[in-house]
Design a protein around this ligand. Structure first.
Ligand SMILES: N[C@@H](CCC(=O)N[C@@H](CS)C(=O)NCC(=O)O)C(=O)O
Length: 207
């Protein structure tokens, strides 16, 4: 199978980490959503990442749908998301906070980096930052037991943190949320995270 998307995308990275943790072999297609837009639209009509191209040629889009497929493939014992009950509800709540934070920080990025300067709206950026901070504060108040397996809430939260630190570091200085630093430290120490580190974070061109 082929994972399409670069690891500076936290959504792509969470799929890459999950593939590795679950022991799937995959190739990596590093086309850019901005630089290779037309080609990317041929893979995903929305022109977004990640996509996962299966061995039978089927293309899955959207990280949540891809992760759901991975969990189905490995079965409930190894799945990264609990199958049901309060554990699933709590996991989905953490994932929703982390992915919502990603979306708000990504919104700031598009506003600053893609939209021409004369059209930028500082009030909108301030609103997105307030929303992202809301997500971080709420996540930091939750319980992150170190004896809990590294499942999808941990993976998505750690990928969110790395992304926020690269995209808008002032939102998440080390030490502001010690509980979240512990989540990031635990995850980033794992080989699956080290192998997917978004080393060359490149901002989209504003041209
Ligand atoms: N809900 C989608 C969000 C994917 C997403 O926002 N991808 C970004 C990169 S992280 C993207 O492709 N942006 C380019 C665009 O939307 O034009 C998912 O989870 O896969």
């Amino acid at each position: 199978m082929i994972l399409v998307g670069q690891y500076d995308s936290p959504y792509t990275r969470r799929v890459a980490v999950s593939l590795r943790l679950l022991g799937f072999d995959f190739e990596h297609d590093t086309r850019s959503v901005f630089g290779d837009f037309d080609s990317m639209r041929a893979t995903n009509p929305l022109g977004r990442i990640p996509s996962l191209i299966l061995d039978d040629g089927t293309t899955l889009i959207d990280s949540a749908a891809i992760l759901d497929w991975l969990d189905q493939e490995v079965g409930p014992e190894r799945a990264l998301l609990p199958a049901n009950g309060p554990a699933r509800r709590q996991a989905l709540q953490r994932i929703a906070l982390a992915s919502g934070t990603i979306d708000k920080v990504m919104g700031i990025g598009y506003e600053r980096l893609v939209r021409p300067e004369r059209y930028r709206w500082p009030d909108w950026i301030a609103r997105c930052r307030t929303q992202a901070e809301g997500g971080l504060v709420a996540l930091a108040r939750l319980s992150w037991p170190v004896d809990e397996p590294v499942g999808q809430p941990w993976i998505t939260t750690a990928c969110m943190m790395r992304y926020v630190r690269l995209a808008d570091g002032g939102l998440l200085p080390i030490g502001r949320y010690p509980a979240l630093d512990a989540v990031s430290d635990r995850c980033e120490a794992l080989p699956a995270f080290k192998a997917t580190y978004p080393a060359d974070y490149t901002v989209p061109s504003s041209g």
